[in-house]
Ligand binder design. Structure first.
Ligand code: IPM
Ligand code: MG
Length: 350
């Protein structure tokens, strides 16, 4: 039996994952669900944010769905024990190098955007963020003390040809199924790794994807264009750090941060890692008011990308759209439904 590993994690993670479980039990009772601790709660219980056993279970699963990790309770813990470090270890251990972060504006929510409705209505961007390389993992890194007593902090931004090529390939393949346009964002005007990025993407495009339109853009200009005229983008491929920043920016302008899922995928046949992008939201954790749709839509992405169940995924996304069209709203999108009631609204449409 195929299996899904749930890692509810911290903050609102367990609340939203409980709704995923209810939806999954309805839609796919032939997919087994296991559950493990991850993040701060794992640190408190097992002494590590990601134990070796949990990493092994993640690699052995068909897909992993996590809620969120971290929170103020663990702010002071040393870096090696931080929830974020556990998350990076999970991503790199699972070798999920391609992070797909859709920024979609649901028509019913266009007025919740910080941009005008005319600019965001119908918005559908796919950010393809490189996830297991770059400055997040580059060596050397550290904080050292200089002879004059000053301290010096340093990180290393590094990309190899094959790392750039495989992420660009994901972007081009996706674009072919969408509007056939790829923007590739880097800082080739100041960074060597950015220059290599541009060369490798250009080469691959020429060799294999000349039918897709490719536009190179500097990452700072991309940030500006995302708020000026976001609908000019289709697929935006970029490195780990720029992708972290640009995906938050794009998500915010959909007006629905609580609704956006993400998928991290690796080589074909390897398990994918799915997560809502909203984070642990400690300010509302434990109140039962978080929006479970981002987590539910992350499960929908798992159905597509890891389980190949496209029809079931279509049914689920249609149910979410109908629930929204009928006015189902949690607090973050201007309503008063609880997490559980939003789960009920989706289940009712199934
Ligand atoms: C994200 C988050 C993570 C990142 C943190 C929590 C390590 O911001 O998934 O975007 O920086 O990748
Ligand atoms: Mg981020």
């Amino acid at each position: 039996m195929p299996n899904l590993l749930l890692l509810p994690g911290d903050g609102i993670g367990p609340e939203v994952c409980a709704e995923v479980r209810r939806v999954a039990e309805r839609l796919t009772n032939d997919i087994a669900i296991d559950e493990r601790l991850f993040g701060g709660i794992s640190l408190d219980t097992h002494g590590a944010p990601l134990t070796d056993e949990t990493l092994a279970a993640a690699k052995a699963a068909d897909a992993v769905l996590m809620g969120a990790v971290g929170g103020p309770k663990w702010d002071g813990v040393p870096r090696a024990l931080r929830a974020e470090t556990g998350l990076l270890k999970l991503r790199s251990g699972m070798q999920v190098f391609a992070n797909l972060r859709p920024a979609i504006c649901f028509p019913a929510l266009a007025d919740a955007s910080s941009l005008k409705r005319e600019l965001v209505e119908g918005l559908d961007i796919m950010i393809v963020r490189e996830l297991t390389g770059g400055v997040y993992f580059g060596q050397p890194r550290g904080i050292e003390t200089l002879p004059d007593g000053q301290r010096r902090g340093f990180d290393t931004q590094v990309y190899t040809t094959s790392e750039i090529e495989r992420i660009a390939r994901v972007a081009f393949e996706l674009a072919r199924k969408r509007r056939n346009l790829v923007h590739s964002a880097e800082k080739s005007n100041v960074m060597e790794s950015g220059l290599l990025w541009r060369e490798v993407v250009t080469d691959l495009h020429k060799r294999e994807y000349a039918d897709v339109e490719l536009r190179h853009i500097l990452a700072d200009a991309a940030a500006m264009h995302i708020v000026r005229d976001p609908r000019q983008f289709d697929v935006l491929v970029t490195d780990n750090l720029f992708g972290d920043i640009l995906s938050d920016e794009a998500a915010q302008l959909t007006g629905s941060l609580g609704m956006l899922p993400s998928a991290a995928i690796g080589a074909p046949g390897m398990p994918g890692l799915y997560e809502p992008i909203h984070g642990s939201a400690p300010d509302i954790a434990g109140q039962g008011i978080a929006n479970p749709l981002a987590a539910i839509l992350s499960y929908e992405m798992a159905l597509r990308w890891s389980f190949g169940r496209h029809e079931t995924a279509d049914r689920l996304s249609a149910a979410v759209t109908r629930a929204l069209d009928k006015g189902a709203r949690t607090r973050d999108i201007g309503g008063s439904l609880t997490t559980r009631q939003m789960g009920d609204a989706v289940l009712a449409e199934l």
